[in-house]
Design a protein around this ligand. Structure first.
Ligand code: FCB
Length: 447
Protein backbone atom coordinates (compact mmCIF):
# COMPACT_ATOMS: atom_id res chain seq x y z
CA UNK A 1 0.00 0.00 0.00
CA UNK A 2 1.52 3.29 -1.07
CA UNK A 3 0.20 5.84 1.34
CA UNK A 4 3.16 8.19 1.61
CA UNK A 5 3.92 11.06 -0.74
CA UNK A 6 5.77 10.46 -3.98
CA UNK A 7 6.02 6.74 -3.57
CA UNK A 8 6.68 5.66 -7.10
CA UNK A 9 10.13 4.15 -7.10
CA UNK A 10 10.46 0.44 -6.54
CA UNK A 11 12.94 -0.76 -4.01
CA UNK A 12 14.80 -3.23 -6.17
CA UNK A 13 17.99 -3.16 -4.13
CA UNK A 14 19.33 -6.54 -2.99
CA UNK A 15 17.33 -8.00 -0.06
CA UNK A 16 20.34 -7.90 2.26
CA UNK A 17 21.21 -4.29 1.43
CA UNK A 18 21.62 -2.28 4.66
CA UNK A 19 19.27 0.66 5.13
CA UNK A 20 20.25 3.11 7.82
CA UNK A 21 20.30 6.60 9.20
CA UNK A 22 23.29 8.56 10.48
CA UNK A 23 24.13 11.13 13.15
CA UNK A 24 27.21 12.26 15.06
CA UNK A 25 27.90 12.82 18.74
CA UNK A 26 28.46 16.56 18.93
CA UNK A 27 25.57 17.30 16.60
CA UNK A 28 22.92 15.53 18.67
CA UNK A 29 24.04 14.46 22.15
CA UNK A 30 24.14 17.70 24.14
CA UNK A 31 24.97 16.94 27.81
CA UNK A 32 28.26 18.66 27.13
CA UNK A 33 29.63 18.29 30.64
CA UNK A 34 27.50 15.45 32.01
CA UNK A 35 28.93 12.54 33.98
CA UNK A 36 32.55 13.58 33.72
CA UNK A 37 32.73 14.45 30.03
CA UNK A 38 35.66 16.69 29.13
CA UNK A 39 35.37 19.64 26.73
CA UNK A 40 36.02 19.08 23.04
CA UNK A 41 37.38 21.51 20.48
CA UNK A 42 33.82 22.12 19.29
CA UNK A 43 32.71 23.14 22.79
CA UNK A 44 35.57 25.64 22.74
CA UNK A 45 34.96 26.79 19.16
CA UNK A 46 31.32 27.63 19.96
CA UNK A 47 32.37 29.91 22.82
CA UNK A 48 33.29 32.52 20.22
CA UNK A 49 29.93 33.64 18.79
CA UNK A 50 31.64 34.83 15.63
CA UNK A 51 32.28 31.20 14.71
CA UNK A 52 28.67 29.97 14.55
CA UNK A 53 26.08 31.53 12.27
CA UNK A 54 23.27 31.64 14.85
CA UNK A 55 25.63 31.99 17.85
CA UNK A 56 24.41 28.63 19.12
CA UNK A 57 26.38 25.75 20.59
CA UNK A 58 26.17 22.03 21.31
CA UNK A 59 25.46 22.16 25.03
CA UNK A 60 21.94 20.74 24.60
CA UNK A 61 21.59 20.02 20.85
CA UNK A 62 18.91 17.31 20.47
CA UNK A 63 19.45 16.18 24.06
CA UNK A 64 19.97 12.72 22.63
CA UNK A 65 22.12 11.81 25.64
CA UNK A 66 18.91 11.77 27.69
CA UNK A 67 16.47 10.88 24.91
CA UNK A 68 18.35 8.09 23.18
CA UNK A 69 15.60 5.57 23.98
CA UNK A 70 12.99 7.66 22.23
CA UNK A 71 15.34 8.19 19.28
CA UNK A 72 16.12 4.50 18.92
CA UNK A 73 12.37 3.90 19.13
CA UNK A 74 11.90 6.27 16.18
CA UNK A 75 14.54 4.36 14.22
CA UNK A 76 12.78 1.10 15.01
CA UNK A 77 9.48 2.57 13.83
CA UNK A 78 11.15 3.47 10.53
CA UNK A 79 12.36 -0.11 10.14
CA UNK A 80 16.01 0.75 9.57
CA UNK A 81 18.55 -2.07 9.69
CA UNK A 82 21.45 -0.03 11.00
CA UNK A 83 22.39 3.17 12.78
CA UNK A 84 25.59 5.09 12.16
CA UNK A 85 26.64 7.28 15.08
CA UNK A 86 29.87 8.52 16.58
CA UNK A 87 31.42 8.39 20.01
CA UNK A 88 32.45 11.57 21.78
CA UNK A 89 36.07 10.81 22.64
CA UNK A 90 36.03 13.35 25.50
CA UNK A 91 33.05 11.55 27.04
CA UNK A 92 34.98 8.32 27.46
CA UNK A 93 38.45 9.83 27.97
CA UNK A 94 37.98 13.42 29.17
CA UNK A 95 41.53 14.59 28.41
CA UNK A 96 42.11 12.41 25.34
CA UNK A 97 44.75 10.49 27.25
CA UNK A 98 45.04 8.88 30.63
CA UNK A 99 42.05 7.72 32.63
CA UNK A 100 38.92 6.28 31.03
CA UNK A 101 35.56 7.63 32.16
CA UNK A 102 33.32 4.69 33.03
CA UNK A 103 30.21 6.86 33.17
CA UNK A 104 30.90 8.00 29.63
CA UNK A 105 31.29 4.44 28.39
CA UNK A 106 28.09 3.70 30.29
CA UNK A 107 26.11 5.89 27.90
CA UNK A 108 27.32 4.01 24.83
CA UNK A 109 26.77 0.73 26.62
CA UNK A 110 23.12 1.64 27.19
CA UNK A 111 22.76 2.89 23.63
CA UNK A 112 24.17 -0.38 22.26
CA UNK A 113 21.80 -2.36 24.48
CA UNK A 114 18.86 -0.37 23.22
CA UNK A 115 19.89 -0.86 19.60
CA UNK A 116 20.35 -4.60 20.17
CA UNK A 117 16.90 -4.82 21.76
CA UNK A 118 15.47 -3.19 18.64
CA UNK A 119 17.62 -5.31 16.31
CA UNK A 120 19.33 -2.27 14.82
CA UNK A 121 22.95 -2.91 13.91
CA UNK A 122 25.42 -0.31 15.18
CA UNK A 123 27.97 1.33 12.85
CA UNK A 124 30.29 3.38 15.01
CA UNK A 125 32.57 6.22 13.97
CA UNK A 126 35.38 6.90 16.42
CA UNK A 127 36.12 10.45 15.38
CA UNK A 128 33.52 12.83 14.02
CA UNK A 129 35.50 16.01 14.73
CA UNK A 130 35.13 16.47 18.50
CA UNK A 131 38.75 16.17 19.65
CA UNK A 132 39.23 16.39 23.43
CA UNK A 133 40.35 19.94 24.17
CA UNK A 134 43.16 18.55 26.33
CA UNK A 135 44.82 17.17 23.21
CA UNK A 136 44.27 20.43 21.34
CA UNK A 137 46.12 22.19 24.13
CA UNK A 138 49.09 20.01 23.21
CA UNK A 139 48.91 20.83 19.52
CA UNK A 140 45.90 18.79 18.37
CA UNK A 141 46.27 17.01 15.05
CA UNK A 142 49.32 19.07 14.21
CA UNK A 143 51.09 17.15 16.95
CA UNK A 144 52.06 13.72 15.64
CA UNK A 145 51.58 12.28 19.09
CA UNK A 146 47.79 12.76 18.78
CA UNK A 147 47.79 9.91 16.24
CA UNK A 148 49.14 7.59 18.94
CA UNK A 149 46.57 8.81 21.47
CA UNK A 150 43.88 8.08 18.89
CA UNK A 151 45.16 4.53 18.47
CA UNK A 152 44.95 3.98 22.26
CA UNK A 153 41.37 5.20 22.21
CA UNK A 154 40.49 2.98 19.24
CA UNK A 155 42.02 -0.03 20.97
CA UNK A 156 40.00 0.55 24.12
CA UNK A 157 36.73 0.99 22.27
CA UNK A 158 37.29 -2.13 20.15
CA UNK A 159 38.23 -4.09 23.26
CA UNK A 160 35.09 -3.07 25.11
CA UNK A 161 32.53 -2.95 22.33
CA UNK A 162 33.99 -4.59 19.23
CA UNK A 163 31.87 -7.70 19.46
CA UNK A 164 28.64 -5.71 19.75
CA UNK A 165 29.25 -3.44 16.77
CA UNK A 166 28.91 -4.35 13.11
CA UNK A 167 31.38 -1.81 11.76
CA UNK A 168 33.84 0.69 13.19
CA UNK A 169 35.13 3.60 11.13
CA UNK A 170 38.22 5.38 12.36
CA UNK A 171 37.52 8.86 10.96
CA UNK A 172 34.67 10.78 9.48
CA UNK A 173 35.76 12.99 6.60
CA UNK A 174 39.38 13.74 7.50
CA UNK A 175 39.37 16.11 4.53
CA UNK A 176 37.07 18.41 6.54
CA UNK A 177 39.12 18.15 9.73
CA UNK A 178 42.20 19.22 7.80
CA UNK A 179 40.79 21.71 5.31
CA UNK A 180 37.99 23.35 7.27
CA UNK A 181 39.56 22.99 10.71
CA UNK A 182 43.06 24.07 9.70
CA UNK A 183 42.79 25.39 6.14
CA UNK A 184 40.09 28.06 6.24
CA UNK A 185 39.14 28.22 9.95
CA UNK A 186 35.46 27.49 9.32
CA UNK A 187 35.51 24.55 11.72
CA UNK A 188 37.20 23.86 15.04
CA UNK A 189 39.92 24.50 16.00
CA UNK A 190 39.65 27.51 13.67
CA UNK A 191 43.12 27.69 12.14
CA UNK A 192 43.77 29.12 8.66
CA UNK A 193 47.14 27.84 7.52
CA UNK A 194 47.53 25.75 4.38
CA UNK A 195 50.81 24.16 5.41
CA UNK A 196 49.41 23.12 8.77
CA UNK A 197 46.27 21.71 7.20
CA UNK A 198 48.31 19.46 4.91
CA UNK A 199 50.45 18.23 7.80
CA UNK A 200 47.26 17.58 9.77
CA UNK A 201 45.88 15.48 6.91
CA UNK A 202 48.99 13.32 7.12
CA UNK A 203 48.64 12.86 10.86
CA UNK A 204 44.99 11.94 10.41
CA UNK A 205 45.90 9.27 7.89
CA UNK A 206 48.67 8.06 10.17
CA UNK A 207 46.22 7.87 13.06
CA UNK A 208 43.86 5.87 10.88
CA UNK A 209 46.59 3.32 10.17
CA UNK A 210 47.71 3.14 13.79
CA UNK A 211 44.11 2.73 14.95
CA UNK A 212 43.49 -0.02 12.38
CA UNK A 213 46.51 -1.92 13.71
CA UNK A 214 45.48 -1.39 17.31
CA UNK A 215 41.95 -2.61 16.65
CA UNK A 216 43.13 -5.63 14.65
CA UNK A 217 45.19 -6.62 17.68
CA UNK A 218 41.98 -6.88 19.66
CA UNK A 219 40.51 -9.28 17.12
CA UNK A 220 36.87 -8.27 17.53
CA UNK A 221 34.10 -9.17 15.12
CA UNK A 222 33.59 -5.59 13.94
CA UNK A 223 34.44 -4.73 10.35
CA UNK A 224 36.98 -1.91 10.26
CA UNK A 225 37.29 0.97 7.83
CA UNK A 226 37.17 4.72 7.30
CA UNK A 227 34.59 7.25 6.11
CA UNK A 228 35.70 9.77 3.49
CA UNK A 229 33.82 12.65 1.87
CA UNK A 230 34.44 12.23 -1.80
CA UNK A 231 33.65 13.91 -5.06
CA UNK A 232 34.52 14.01 -8.69
CA UNK A 233 35.73 17.35 -10.01
CA UNK A 234 34.35 18.75 -13.25
CA UNK A 235 35.88 21.62 -15.23
CA UNK A 236 33.46 24.47 -15.87
CA UNK A 237 34.67 24.75 -19.48
CA UNK A 238 36.96 22.83 -21.76
CA UNK A 239 39.77 25.34 -21.32
CA UNK A 240 43.17 23.89 -20.31
CA UNK A 241 43.07 26.07 -17.17
CA UNK A 242 39.73 24.70 -15.99
CA UNK A 243 40.74 21.14 -16.80
CA UNK A 244 43.98 21.51 -14.88
CA UNK A 245 42.10 22.99 -11.96
CA UNK A 246 39.68 20.06 -11.89
CA UNK A 247 42.48 17.52 -12.02
CA UNK A 248 44.27 19.22 -9.16
CA UNK A 249 41.06 19.47 -7.14
CA UNK A 250 40.43 15.74 -7.48
CA UNK A 251 44.05 14.93 -6.58
CA UNK A 252 44.11 17.13 -3.47
CA UNK A 253 40.79 15.86 -2.13
CA UNK A 254 39.46 12.42 -3.06
CA UNK A 255 42.78 10.95 -4.24
CA UNK A 256 44.75 12.56 -1.40
CA UNK A 257 43.07 10.22 1.08
CA UNK A 258 42.49 7.21 -1.18
CA UNK A 259 46.00 6.86 -2.63
CA UNK A 260 47.85 6.51 0.69
CA UNK A 261 45.35 3.91 1.90
CA UNK A 262 45.26 1.84 -1.29
CA UNK A 263 48.55 2.64 -3.02
CA UNK A 264 50.86 3.69 -0.20
CA UNK A 265 51.74 7.18 -1.44
CA UNK A 266 50.28 10.64 -2.06
CA UNK A 267 49.12 11.55 -5.56
CA UNK A 268 52.05 13.05 -7.46
CA UNK A 269 50.00 15.88 -8.96
CA UNK A 270 48.83 17.08 -5.55
CA UNK A 271 52.28 16.79 -4.01
CA UNK A 272 53.75 18.87 -6.81
CA UNK A 273 51.00 21.46 -6.42
CA UNK A 274 51.53 21.65 -2.67
CA UNK A 275 55.24 22.31 -3.19
CA UNK A 276 56.82 23.55 0.03
CA UNK A 277 53.56 22.86 1.87
CA UNK A 278 53.87 19.10 1.30
CA UNK A 279 53.71 17.18 4.57
CA UNK A 280 56.60 15.77 6.53
CA UNK A 281 56.35 12.01 6.11
CA UNK A 282 58.57 9.68 8.11
CA UNK A 283 59.97 6.37 6.94
CA UNK A 284 57.43 3.63 7.43
CA UNK A 285 54.40 5.97 7.62
CA UNK A 286 52.87 4.61 4.44
CA UNK A 287 53.27 1.04 5.66
CA UNK A 288 51.16 2.03 8.64
CA UNK A 289 48.58 3.90 6.58
CA UNK A 290 48.24 1.23 3.92
CA UNK A 291 46.27 -1.28 5.95
CA UNK A 292 43.68 -3.51 4.43
CA UNK A 293 40.28 -2.07 5.29
CA UNK A 294 37.09 -4.15 5.39
CA UNK A 295 34.85 -1.40 4.06
CA UNK A 296 35.00 2.12 2.71
CA UNK A 297 32.42 4.63 3.88
CA UNK A 298 31.61 7.20 1.25
CA UNK A 299 29.81 10.45 2.12
CA UNK A 300 28.39 12.02 -1.01
CA UNK A 301 26.67 15.40 -1.21
CA UNK A 302 27.89 17.16 -4.37
CA UNK A 303 30.58 17.30 -7.01
CA UNK A 304 33.36 19.84 -7.22
CA UNK A 305 32.90 22.41 -9.96
CA UNK A 306 36.13 24.05 -11.12
CA UNK A 307 36.31 27.37 -12.86
CA UNK A 308 39.41 29.51 -13.29
CA UNK A 309 37.44 32.56 -14.43
CA UNK A 310 36.81 35.68 -12.33
CA UNK A 311 34.09 35.66 -11.27
CA UNK A 312 33.90 31.84 -11.51
CA UNK A 313 31.47 30.22 -13.95
CA UNK A 314 28.72 28.87 -11.69
CA UNK A 315 27.72 25.19 -11.66
CA UNK A 316 24.66 24.56 -13.86
CA UNK A 317 22.59 23.18 -10.93
CA UNK A 318 19.93 21.86 -13.31
CA UNK A 319 18.25 20.07 -10.43
CA UNK A 320 18.52 23.00 -8.09
CA UNK A 321 20.49 23.64 -4.93
CA UNK A 322 19.84 22.71 -1.31
CA UNK A 323 19.42 25.08 1.62
CA UNK A 324 23.22 24.87 2.04
CA UNK A 325 23.58 26.21 -1.49
CA UNK A 326 24.97 22.83 -2.59
CA UNK A 327 24.29 21.81 -6.18
CA UNK A 328 22.02 18.76 -6.42
CA UNK A 329 23.90 16.40 -8.70
CA UNK A 330 22.97 12.73 -8.19
CA UNK A 331 24.83 11.64 -11.29
CA UNK A 332 28.08 12.46 -9.54
CA UNK A 333 27.58 9.50 -7.25
CA UNK A 334 27.83 6.74 -9.87
CA UNK A 335 30.52 8.73 -11.67
CA UNK A 336 32.55 8.79 -8.48
CA UNK A 337 32.02 5.16 -7.53
CA UNK A 338 32.77 3.81 -11.00
CA UNK A 339 35.94 5.90 -11.08
CA UNK A 340 37.05 4.60 -7.69
CA UNK A 341 36.47 1.02 -8.76
CA UNK A 342 38.59 1.54 -11.84
CA UNK A 343 41.40 3.28 -9.96
CA UNK A 344 41.61 1.06 -6.90
CA UNK A 345 41.45 -2.66 -7.70
CA UNK A 346 41.58 -3.46 -3.98
CA UNK A 347 38.48 -1.40 -3.24
CA UNK A 348 36.52 -3.13 -0.45
CA UNK A 349 32.71 -3.11 -0.18
CA UNK A 350 31.33 0.41 0.00
CA UNK A 351 28.72 1.88 2.29
CA UNK A 352 27.21 5.24 1.47
CA UNK A 353 27.64 6.51 5.00
CA UNK A 354 26.04 9.93 4.40
CA UNK A 355 23.76 11.47 1.82
CA UNK A 356 20.90 13.89 2.33
CA UNK A 357 19.92 17.54 2.11
CA UNK A 358 19.21 20.63 4.16
CA UNK A 359 15.77 22.09 3.65
CA UNK A 360 13.94 24.94 5.45
CA UNK A 361 11.33 22.60 6.95
CA UNK A 362 8.43 23.77 9.08
CA UNK A 363 5.83 21.91 11.11
CA UNK A 364 2.25 22.66 10.09
CA UNK A 365 -0.66 20.83 11.72
CA UNK A 366 1.68 18.15 12.98
CA UNK A 367 3.14 17.49 9.52
CA UNK A 368 6.33 18.46 7.76
CA UNK A 369 6.05 18.41 4.00
CA UNK A 370 9.50 18.02 2.50
CA UNK A 371 8.97 16.72 -1.03
CA UNK A 372 12.35 18.22 -1.97
CA UNK A 373 14.11 15.80 0.36
CA UNK A 374 12.15 12.80 -0.89
CA UNK A 375 13.07 13.76 -4.45
CA UNK A 376 16.70 14.23 -3.41
CA UNK A 377 16.98 10.83 -1.76
CA UNK A 378 15.09 9.06 -4.53
CA UNK A 379 17.26 10.53 -7.23
CA UNK A 380 20.43 9.59 -5.37
CA UNK A 381 19.21 6.05 -4.75
CA UNK A 382 18.34 5.77 -8.40
CA UNK A 383 21.85 6.92 -9.27
CA UNK A 384 23.37 4.58 -6.70
CA UNK A 385 21.59 1.67 -8.34
CA UNK A 386 23.30 2.56 -11.61
CA UNK A 387 26.68 2.31 -9.91
CA UNK A 388 25.77 -1.10 -8.56
CA UNK A 389 24.60 -2.23 -11.97
CA UNK A 390 27.97 -1.12 -13.29
CA UNK A 391 29.60 -3.55 -10.86
CA UNK A 392 30.41 -1.41 -7.81
CA UNK A 393 29.98 -3.42 -4.62
CA UNK A 394 27.77 -1.21 -2.45
CA UNK A 395 26.33 -2.79 0.69
CA UNK A 396 24.35 -0.06 2.38
CA UNK A 397 23.00 3.48 2.50
CA UNK A 398 22.79 5.75 5.55
CA UNK A 399 20.59 8.80 5.18
CA UNK A 400 21.98 11.95 6.77
CA UNK A 401 20.35 12.56 9.11
CA UNK A 402 17.92 10.91 11.47
CA UNK A 403 17.32 14.21 13.28
CA UNK A 404 17.64 17.89 12.56
CA UNK A 405 20.77 18.80 14.47
CA UNK A 406 23.66 21.17 15.08
CA UNK A 407 25.06 21.74 11.63
CA UNK A 408 28.54 22.89 12.70
CA UNK A 409 29.24 26.53 11.82
CA UNK A 410 25.65 26.89 10.56
CA UNK A 411 24.36 26.08 14.04
CA UNK A 412 20.70 25.04 14.05
CA UNK A 413 19.86 27.13 11.00
CA UNK A 414 20.10 24.17 8.60
CA UNK A 415 17.82 21.17 8.90
CA UNK A 416 19.09 17.86 7.53
CA UNK A 417 16.82 15.49 9.47
CA UNK A 418 14.08 13.22 8.25
CA UNK A 419 12.74 13.87 11.74
CA UNK A 420 12.05 17.48 12.69
CA UNK A 421 13.30 18.69 16.05
CA UNK A 422 11.68 21.61 17.83
CA UNK A 423 14.67 22.79 19.86
CA UNK A 424 12.52 24.67 22.39
CA UNK A 425 10.51 21.59 23.40
CA UNK A 426 12.68 18.74 22.01
CA UNK A 427 9.55 17.50 20.28
CA UNK A 428 10.33 15.12 17.39
CA UNK A 429 8.03 15.07 14.35
CA UNK A 430 8.44 12.62 11.51
CA UNK A 431 8.73 14.51 8.24
CA UNK A 432 7.13 13.18 5.06
CA UNK A 433 10.61 12.01 4.05
CA UNK A 434 10.74 9.74 7.13
CA UNK A 435 7.38 8.25 6.19
CA UNK A 436 8.60 7.79 2.64
CA UNK A 437 11.84 6.15 3.79
CA UNK A 438 9.86 3.80 6.03
CA UNK A 439 7.74 2.64 3.11
CA UNK A 440 10.70 2.41 0.81
CA UNK A 441 12.57 0.14 3.24
CA UNK A 442 9.48 -1.97 3.88
CA UNK A 443 9.01 -2.45 0.14
CA UNK A 444 12.38 -4.08 -0.37
CA UNK A 445 12.53 -7.33 -2.25
CA UNK A 446 12.36 -10.45 -0.13
CA UNK A 447 15.23 -12.90 -0.19
C1 FCB B 1 29.08 16.12 6.48
C2 FCB B 1 29.32 15.82 7.94
C3 FCB B 1 28.06 15.72 8.77
C4 FCB B 1 27.04 16.76 8.35
C5 FCB B 1 26.83 16.73 6.86
C6 FCB B 1 25.79 17.68 6.36
O1 FCB B 1 30.20 16.74 5.94
O2 FCB B 1 30.02 14.62 8.09
O3 FCB B 1 28.40 15.83 10.11
O4 FCB B 1 27.43 18.00 8.78
O5 FCB B 1 28.04 16.99 6.20
Amino acid sequence: MNTSPNFDFNNDFPPDFTWGVATSSFQIEGAHDADGKGPSIWDTFCLDPANIKDQSDGTVACDHYHRYREDVGIMASLGVDAYRFSMAWARVQPDGKGAWNEAGFGFYDRLLDELAARKIRPHLTLYHWDLPQGLQDEGGWLNRDTAHRFADYAHEVARRFGDRIEAIATHNEPWCTANLGYGNAQFAPGVADLKQSIQVSHHLLLSHGLAMRAMREVGSRAKLGIVLNQWTADPATDSPEDRALAEFEYARSTAWFMDPIFKGHYPELALRGHGANAPEVRDGDFDIIRQKIDFLGCNYYFRAWCSSATPPVPAPAKQGVTDMGWEIYPQGLPELLVKLKAEYPELPPIYITENGMANPDKVADGHVHDPQRIAYVRSHLHALKQAMEAGVDVRGYFLWSLLDNFEWNSGYSKRFGIVHVDYATQQRTLKDSALWYREFIAARARA
